[in-house]
Design a protein around this ligand. Structure first.
Ligand code: DGY
Length: 339
């Protein structure tokens, strides 16, 4: 006899302990196909479920929410970003959308620094030269001359959790820090790190490394476009570990081809995986990574644990650890006295 109360659809296999934790209290319906949950499978799979555990690869739009039906109480995403979830629709329907919040902050900030170093010091070109057996002359005064990091200006777009963690690291490299935030100055960080709040135009103009850390939404979509590239120094690098669509990739490719900026370090793209026809693949002034900002064993394991706890907490009438639409929780609190 099946005594478990809740039915949960999991869109793909993720790290332990997510599924073992959820399975203790719920019937788990796992799409164990390693590839992305196909649209039809997703629409079918979510039907009559109490909860969905998804990843950033699954588009949880109004149709999916509708397909799940009135039993759906929580969408727990195994990510910090929620741009793949229709937050407005979920909120309208009183469904909690939970995230992995700050758990990936340090790992993503580390990878941002790795991209700053890799682009400015030509790390991957050096590696390729050696491993492809093209390093013929030994030490050479002219070989792979890069740019300094020390004393340069890092411009941070979005001084939230990850942006601040990048700023702390940049301080250790003796960089000057400027930033721009939609919400204005962050006085605490200004004081702690000597970071200076600037306008978007000043950020573009003065940065030697322009690093993106805002979330993707209607306002930030294609925020970095040709008007920004026109203002950037031709010695500057663009770094993106946030979301691909914050940059107009077509404009970026043109800027790189014309050398109106020096290079780019990208962990995220408008389309993932990056299409094999992308001109970025042939460029020498880029370092490209396959969306691995949070990809350390420990971080991804913690993300798994948090996404399971979030989901179970909402089902059991408790507070999740991180929630993207707290207003839903407040109304659930009022209705059912969530502890
Ligand atoms: C996130 O969680 O939003 C990252 O981009 C993926 O780990």
């Amino acid at each position: 006899m099946n005594l478990k109360k809740w039915n949960v659809y999991v869109t793909r296999q993720i790290l332990d302990p997510a599924i073992p934790l959820i399975s203790k209290e719920c019937n788990v319906f796992l799409n164990d196909n390693e590839s992305q949950s196909a649209r039809n499978d997703l629409l079918k799979g979510v039907r009559n479920k109490d909860a969905i555990l998804c990843t950033l690869k699954d588009t949880i739009d109004a149709r999916v929410i509708e397909a799940a039906g009135p039993s759906l109480k929580v969408i727990s995403t195994y990510s910090t970003g929620v741009d793949h979830v229709d937050l407005e629709e979920a909120t309208k329907k009183g469904i909690c959308v939970t995230t992995t919040g700050g758990v990936l902050t340090e790992a993503t900030a580390d990878l941002t620094l790795a991209l700053i170093l890799a682009t400015s010091r030509q790390i991957t070109r050096g590696h390729n030269l050696v491993t492809r057996k093209r390093w013929k002359k030994g030490w050479d005064p002219h070989l792979l001359l890069g740019s300094d990091i020390y004393g340069k200006v890092i411009g941070i777009l979005g001084l939230g959790r990850i942006g601040s963690a990048v700023a702390r690291r940049a301080k250790g490299f003796d960089m000057d820090i400027i930033y721009h935030n939609r919400s204005g100055r962050n006085i605490q960080i200004d004081e702690q790190l000597g970071a200076k709040y600037v306008t978007m135009d000043e950020l573009a103009e003065h940065s030697d490394f322009l690093s993106i850390h805002c979330s993707l939404n209607d306002e930030s979509f294609h925020l970095i476009d040709k008007s920004i590239f026109r203002q950037m120094k031709n010695t500057a690098f663009l770094i993106n570990t946030a979301r691909g669509s914050i940059i107009n990739e077509k404009h970026l490719i043109q800027a790189l081809m014309k050398h109106s900026i020096a290079g780019a370090g990208l962990d995220v793209f408008e389309r993932e995986p990056l299409p094999s026809t992308s001109p970025l693949l042939k460029m020498k002034n880029v370092v490209l990574l396959p969306h691995i900002g949070s990809a350390t064993f420990l971080t991804r394991t913690k993300m798994a644990e948090i996404s399971a706890i979030n989901l179970l907490n909402v089902l059991n009438g408790k507070r999740p650890i991180y929630i993207a639409n707290p207003q839903v929780l407040i109304s659930r609190l009022n209705k059912s006295k969530v502890k």
